[in-house]
Design a protein around this ligand. Structure first.
Ligand SMILES: [Mg+2]
Length: 123
């Protein structure tokens, strides 16, 4: 069974683009439009999520709160998380990594770099 990636971003354009890139690599993809939707998808999916790619700036629940909530739960303590955000300042990167993200990528990210990072974390 191919690996399953959850993509959380409030931009439909970004969601569709990242989903397209990952599907092309043979991954299964589920998308969510904000942190709350991401949590709902995570809890309701029948198959486990192997990796999460999350935006930071989103309505209802931002990416930092989403990551913090995910990491607080035993079941998701080790699921790899990549942040994909327009916020590229050191303080944002430190915050994301401090909350438990494995990698922080700044938009626009190169598709091949994204794929490389995903494969590395799923290694
Ligand atoms: Mg956003």
């Amino acid at each position: 069974m191919s690996k399953h990636i959850l993509i959380v971003d409030d931009s439909k354009t970004v969601r569709n683009l990242v989903a397209f890139i990952m599907k092309k690599e043979g991954f299964r993809v589920t998308t969510a439009e904000d942190g709350l939707d991401g949590l709902e998808k995570l809890y309701s999916l029948e198959t486990a999520v192997d990796l999460i790619i999350s935006d930071v700036n989103m309505p209802r629940m931002d990416g930092f709160t989403f990551i913090k909530t995910v990491r607080e739960q035993e079941a998701y303590r080790d699921v790899p998380i990549i942040v994909l955000s327009t916020e590229g300042q050191d303080k944002d990167i430190q915050k994301g990594l401090g909350l438990g993200a494995n990698l922080y990528m700044v938009k626009p990210a190169q598709p091949d770099k994204m794929v490389k990072n995903v494969k590395m974390l799923l290694g």
